[in-house]
Write a protein that binds this ligand. Structure first.
Ligand code: PMP
Length: 343
């Protein structure tokens, strides 16, 4: 196997990993400094992370028994796959989508079946039915909005998944705040549905590594068996509780990102590029007459890093840009326009 990589190049404008361009609020930084002094560092953390789970549960109007928290939603996904994947089982993804589903599933020893999106990168519910009824996966992933396409899934696709699922259905909502609908309200004790969220994007805390899942109680109990004891350190538990006091401040920034997203989308549409409508904090585009890898390199040379997706399934010729600050986006548009105009 090869690992999961995103080229990290030391340039002034880094728009390749879908982080928030804004730092967390100062008030949270002050709280974190106090927390660092008050932690009982010689003691293990609260293994069940009760206070943190209750705080997150309150945000979504569910019970703390419906919440599992881990070190980034990647670790949530890993724990789900440790619990429900593994040798002799199969995991379904619909490509192109977030690559870690397949990567982690294979690491657990599961087989991966990859359904395909249409050429326009939308997902046909008939394809969901075909894959789920033929392969009977233990876990099926739907990323909404989808990374790396940015497309919002129609509700009908989740309905098709739940209708045909023999195992559990995971909706990854890493970018939900930039989107139009969430599946969290659908979580109930009698549906095999789990919805994952992260603090890395809207909440500006990619460095803290926190993510969680909202799921039926039985599923949460299963995840607690699979995860390591004390996986969530005391500092992180307290810092995350403090962060939840600033949610509305951070959500206000979503509007700024959405309006910058519209500006970038309109500008790329005017260039010699195909571009996909995004419900997320990034945009996928395909230069029409220039090679993506050449455009990528020219942009790096002018100090702007985007993600080169051109070797991924169904994405030949595609690049993906994360929406940054207004200045970063202006730098990106300038670099792209210059890179496309070189003959
Ligand atoms: N899901 C999707 C769709 C993502 O794009 C990412 C981050 N790139 C993650 C999950 C993982 O996020 P984190 O581990 O930072 O919560």
């Amino acid at each position: 196997m090869s690992g999961y990589h995103s080229a990290q190049v030391d340039v002034p404008v880094r728009l390749n990993t879908n982080e928030s361009p804004f730092p967390p609020p100062d008030g949270w930084l002050d709280a974190v400094a106090d927390i660092a002094r008050s932690i009982k560092w010689n003691r293990y953390p609260d293994r069940a992370a009760i206070e943190l789970r209750e705080t997150i549960a309150g945000r979504h109007g569910v019970s703390s028994a419906n919440i599992f928290v881990a070190n980034g939603s990647n670790e949530v996904i890993q724990t789900i796959l440790l619990a429900y994947g593994g040798a002799g089982r199969c995991v379904a993804t619909f490509e192109p989508t977030y690559q870690m589903y397949s990567q982690i599933a294979r690491v657990t020893g599961a087989d991966v079946v990859q359904g395909e999106r249409r050429a326009d990168l939308s997902l046909d519910p008939m394809e969901i039915e075909r894959v789920l009824t033929r392969h009977k996966p233990s876990v099926s992933f739907l990323c909404n909005p989808n990374n790396p396409t940015g497309l919002i899934e129609p509700r009908a696709n989740l309905e098709a998944m739940l209708k045909h699922a023999t195992g559990i259905v995971v909706v990854d909502e890493a970018y939900a705040e930039f989107s139009e609908w969430s599946a969290i309200d659908m979580v109930s004790e009698d549906l095999p549905l789990a919805v994952t969220r992260t603090f890395s994007k809207t909440l500006s805390m990619a460095a803290l590594r926190v993510g969680y899942v909202v799921a039926p109680k039985q599923m949460i109990s299963d995840l607690e068996i699979a995860v390591l004891p004390y996986h969530l350190d005391s500092f992180k538990q307290s810092a995350t509780i403090a962060a939840l006091g600033f949610v509305s401040e951070m959500e206000q920034r979503v509007d700024t990102i959405k309006s910058e997203r519209s500006r970038i989308f309109a500008a790329i549409s005017e260039m010699d590029c195909e571009v996909w409508t995004s419900g997320s904090n990034f945009i996928l585009f395909r230069p029409r007459s220039s090679l993506a890898s050449v455009v990528w390199q020219r942009m790096v040379d002018s100090g702007v890093l985007v993600r080169d997706c051109s070797t991924w399934p169904l994405l030949s010729g595609c690049l993906r840009v994360t929406v940054g600050t207004s200045d970063e986006n202006t730098a990106f548009l300038g670099a792209l326009s210059a890179a496309l105009s070189v003959k």
